[in-house]
Write a protein of this length. Structure first.
Length: 487
């Protein structure tokens, strides 16, 4: 198994997609429009994508948290001039089936609500089955705690390191009917059996407001649990029966409209967990973390997904900028060899060995100790290697490469012509081993050396600069009149 690291973990588990297309149809909860949805196999590393085949050009929308444009009554994505609404239940299904790559074609603006859960999508996917692909699955393994809070909506989320994708949800809407509920999914393998069939829920007072604003046109008592917190008069029940095209609507006291039987006593909490699975799919990779959420909703889910994606991005960048050097191997040039190449002598000789060199690059090493002469006068109470000496040490490393291009390096000096883009990213202190890697930006012509260098400590950049220097013979009278700096 590949070694773990702090960002993207490549597991031995392979990516999966479905074997063949499968279609199902239904109406959108909010638009009331009938939509045909087709799951299609997708190539490795393509992830989850939606495609609006009813629009000109059949635009594709990536299931990416950066494409979220609305979370008011579901999670809406927009890209390439196209939108798709209420994506959370279908995304929860593909994650719950442990798929990696799938294209979801729709011929309308909204994913069909079906029965308000992920189970109809699960059944369709199970019908065609899945197939293993060649590429390895991509995971993000959390290494440090990550938190999110919305004090206005009283939403709190915390992600902690965990070997599996685990979710713990608490819902509390200050409702006597709903009460405080908890739900837990210990790993994604539990989703199909214990979470997928849990339906969306709404309070009757919220439902009335939506109806008054001509929303939830596709709403039905069969695709949502309607929670009733107070006894309602007969005339209102008759109105609801007419709205939902039912022969009758009833509720016995406080409870559930039309006496719907719950799959679980905590079905609302489990559905909130389902929504989180779908919304967190927008991160774009499988997660290895335990996420605890209090009073989650789509807005909070998306905000937290963005924080996770930002952490992945920063760790990926850190990984890309972390370079490994083999400092145990025999050096190409020891300090004694360097003394035969460079004119510098202690205390101004600032490199200890050259590890590697070609016609285009060179790698040198400086071991920083407390015995350095400059520490006596530079921040003696808090020793830090002067930045200008880091530049000098880098230049000396480049000077070795430059002087090795001439047959008699002892008869030459290198002079700075210019230094650009100098950046110091981290302090260098006693005990650090600084590795200087320089690359030629252009071939050496007429004694002009143009290089880009980066200094590393423990594989991480601490300083960088672009340098230009000129090789000049010592016995050349031109040296006496040089206005450029000697290093």
């Amino acid at each position: 198994m590949p070694a773990k690291n702090n960002s993207i973990l490549m597991s031995i588990i392979k990516q999966r997609t479905i074997k063949e297309p499968v279609t199902l149809s239904g109406v959108g909860l909010h638009t009331g429009k009938k939509t045909n949805l087709t799951f299609k196999p997708a190539a490795e590393n393509s992830g989850f994508k939606f495609q609006r085949i009813d629009l000109p050009g059949k635009p594709v929308i990536d299931a990416d948290v950066d494409n979220v444009v609305d979370t008011a009554r579901g999670t809406t994505l927009e890209q390439n001039g196209a939108r798709v609404c209420t994506t959370e239940h279908v995304l929860a299904a593909v994650v719950g089936m442990e798929l990696d790559n799938i294209l979801i074609e729709v011929d309308g603006p909204e994913i069909p609500i079906m029965d308000g859960s992920s189970m109809p999508f699960i059944l369709a996917l199970q019908k065609v089955g899945s197939v293993e692909q060649k590429a390895e699955r991509i995971y993000f393994e959390l290494k440090e705690n990550l938190s999110y809070e919305d004090p206005v909506k009283k939403v709190e989320m915390l992600a902690v390191p965990q070997e599996n994708f685990r979710l713990t949800v608490m819902v509390d809407y200050n409702s006597e009917v709903l009460g405080t509920q908890h739900a837990t999914m210990y790993n994604i393998a539990e989703f199909v059996e214990h979470i997928a069939k849990c339906r969306t829920f709404v309070f009757l007072h919220e439902l009335e407001g939506l109806l008054q604003h001509n929303l939830i046109k596709g709403g039905d008592l069969d695709n949502a649990i309607v929670l009733v917190e107070r006894v309602i008069p007969v005339e209102k029940l008759d109105y609801l029966a007419k709205v939902f095209n039912k022969p009758n609507v009833q509720v016995k006291g406080k409870g559930v409209l039309n006496n719907t039987s719950l799959h679980y006593y905590n079905e609302p909490a489990r559905h909130k967990l389902l929504d989180m699975v779908g919304d967190l799919a927008l991160v774009g990779v499988h997660l290895k973390a335990h996420i605890l959420a209090a009073r989650p909703g789509h807005a909070g889910n998306v905000a937290f997904a963005k924080k996770i994606k930002e952490l992945i991005k920063s760790q990926k960048q850190e990984k890309q900028t972390t370079v490994t050097f083999d400092l145990e191997k025999e050096p190409l040039f020891t300090v004694h060899d360097i003394l035969n190449i460079l004119p510098h002598r202690p205390p101004m000789l600032l490199i200890d060995k050259i590890m590697e060199m070609s016609k285009e690059h060179i790698i040198g090493v400086k071991n920083v100790t407390m015995n350095e002469d400059f520490f006596r006068g530079h921040f003696p109470g808090n020793p830090v290697m002067p930045g200008v000496l880091l530049v000098e040490a880098m230049a000396q490393t480049g000077g070795v490469l430059a002087l090795k291009t001439v047959p008699d390096p002892r008869n030459y000096l290198t002079f700075f012509m210019k230094i650009d883009g100098v950046r110091f990213k981290q302090q260098v202190v006693p005990g650090d081993t600084v590795v200087f890697k320089l690359d030629l930006l252009t071939p050496i012509r007429r004694g002009i050396v143009h290089m880009k260098g980066i200094a590393y400590v423990n594989g991480k950049p601490v300083m960088e600069a672009e340098m230009m220097a000129k090789l000049v013979k010592i016995n050349n009278e031109e040296v006496k009149n040089e206005s450029i700096l000697v290093h």
